[in-house]
Design a protein around this ligand. Sequence first.
Ligand SMILES: Cc1cc2nc3c(=O)[nH]c(=O)nc-3n(C[C@H](O)[C@H](O)[C@H](O)COP(=O)(O)OP(=O)(O)OC[C@H]3O[C@@H](n4cnc5c(N)ncnc54)[C@H](O)[C@@H]3O)c2cc1C
Ligand code: FES
Length: 275
Amino acid sequence: MKTDLSKRAMRAERAVVTRHELLYGEYRVLQMHVPAVARAVQPGQFVHLEIPGLDDAILRRPFSVFKADDAMLSVLYKPVGKGTRAMTSIRVDDEISLIGPLGHGFPTSHDVAKPVLVAGGYGMAALYLVACALKSSGTIFMGGRSAGDILCVDEFEAIDWDVRIATEDGSRGTRGFVTVALDEYVAGLPDAREVEYFACGPNAMLKAVCDRALANDQKAWLSVDRHMGCGVGACLVCVQRIRDPESRNGDWHWERVCSEGPVFESREIVWDDDE
Ligand SMILES: Cc1cc2nc3c(=O)[nH]c(=O)nc-3n(C[C@H](O)[C@H](O)[C@H](O)COP(=O)(O)OP(=O)(O)OC[C@H]3O[C@@H](n4cnc5c(N)ncnc54)[C@H](O)[C@@H]3O)c2cc1C
Ligand code: FES
């Protein structure tokens, strides 16, 4: 049973910035001292940050937790719009208001015969804690437009994960979408049904993983990306159509990505036509 975050008192914490610098290409690491949140983080959860200096844009922005220990947590982000561009001005020792950890993340305590992570964009950071938490290491497929979009390879290799890279322009790894490399790998396995996917990235990539999981009778856990308002289940900005488990005629209902998600099993998701 998923906890309803809108019924849980979510208190904003003051996080003190301890590191903020470019780490990979345009991606910056923002590390904060915020022990109460950091020690509670589960893989795949996110934090909702109030960005200093955004006077006319009051909404917080969601960021997946990249790393967390007893005191610190960090996120990796890329400036894409107003909020994330304003974040680049944050300095070490600044205080930020942060709510978290939020959402239901990836399940990692069960036995997985062949764990396969599939990541695009910030998904490469979001899946690092999943790789750390799973009982056995496996293979991660990373996809991006070009070599500059590939993140965290050293981190995954340091914990014995097999890293496979695909770039659309061929500047690093296999040329093409990440699914090209993934399909080659799965075709070479004696029993493809042993694969269990954990994926985070653009919704088109998640849909492609979902299609493969359905075709090959595999399980796939997908972290869905939705624009968010409140982040705690109150505003309904982030809803996703979810299949009714007992229904035989395609009935579905809305669930909130911020609180029932962001991670759903692929069979639960009813995709919009444009995804
Ligand atoms: C659960 C979750 C975890 C996330 N984790 C990370 C992370 O670890 N690192 C990271 O860099 N980003 C992450 N994001 C995306 C991040 O929150 C958005 O990039 C950010 O909200 C954009 O804010 P902005 O003010 O810069 O952009 P805006 O000015 O609000 O928008 C700029 C552009 O970004 C697009 N955009 C805004 N929000 C999203 C979104 N959620 N998904 C796709 N496009 C969006 C807009 O359509 C627009 O084109 C996450 C999003 C979610 C839902
Ligand atoms: S962002 Fe408000 S309900 Fe999800």
